[in-house]
Ligand binder design. Sequence first.
Ligand SMILES: NC(=O)C1=CN([C@@H]2O[C@H](COP(=O)(O)OP(=O)(O)OC[C@H]3O[C@@H](n4cnc5c(N)ncnc54)[C@H](O)[C@@H]3O)[C@@H](O)[C@H]2O)C=CC1
Ligand SMILES: O=C(O)[C@@H]1CCC=N1
Length: 272
Amino acid sequence: MDFGEIADRGLVVLGCGKMGGALLSRWLDAGLPAGSVWVLEPTPADWLTAVDGLHLNDGLPDAPAVALIAVKPQMLRETLPRLSSIGTGKTLVLSVVAGMPLSVYDELLGPDAAVVRTVPNTPAAIGHGITSMFANDRTDAAQADLAERLLGAVGEVVRLPSEDQLRLATSIAGCGPAYVFHLIETMAAAATAQGLAPDVALKLARATVAGAGDLAERTGEDPAQLRRNVTSPNGVTQAALEVLMDEQTGFPALLDRAVAAALRRDDELGGA
Ligand SMILES: NC(=O)C1=CN([C@@H]2O[C@H](COP(=O)(O)OP(=O)(O)OC[C@H]3O[C@@H](n4cnc5c(N)ncnc54)[C@H](O)[C@@H]3O)[C@@H](O)[C@H]2O)C=CC1
Ligand SMILES: O=C(O)[C@@H]1CCC=N1
């Protein structure tokens, strides 16, 4: 990836935990010069302290090309005003902070700030994420393209047509890896409860979820058809699916409730 302008003007990271770290480490691997990176992070991970030449809690460039905002939503109001120089429109402010509307950035950075709100997910750490983005009206085409290229370094990118849709992306793709990890946990627990050794149960559950996800992605086939391909009439899978697909007590009702809860919390965080 060409980091030309970022290499010249610098990239600032505010909050370098799981999400900020996943993005930054991929960018460094893709050729971002460490000497062009300034990180503000009170509890840096070992890998971060070991990056040669990176500016860790050590001043800031005057007009960085990009500022990645990756603190928790509850920290945004306290921390963002410290980056006073990024509100001119010349810096692309790339935020992964969940739930915080663009209006909050205007309030904290001023009316000229070029801000792209994004919803990444943790598979970004292995370059297999999917990130949704929406840019405010001060972000020019070159900055929006730069945002897409940076996010493209950690997986697929989807440009959404409205800010409101970011909350939907959060409830499915941002939080979604946790739903899937919990599925692995519960599949393993169910198999263990029926007598399989815990390590074998976990191995089977993990590989099954990974393989099914990979199959769905690589073939691009309708997941309903992939499901039917597993399900012999009157067979074993059908018996299980009759429980899981029950409209009242199965996955449909459960996922509806889970997504509704995520959306409610996303709305609440907007006022954090
Ligand atoms: N983890 C995930 O799956 C996703 C997270 N997000 C968003 O990413 C953001 C970060 O989340 P995570 O990385 O999961 O949390 P995290 O807790 O791993 O990272 C936040 C980092 O901010 C640092 N921090 C605290 N006070 C600070 C300060 N005064 N100045 C600079 N840094 C400070 C913390 O030390 C921590 O390393 C959140 O806003 C979250 O909504 C968005 C999509 C997915
Ligand atoms: O749980 C959270 O608030 C963040 C947003 C999406 C994933 N993690």
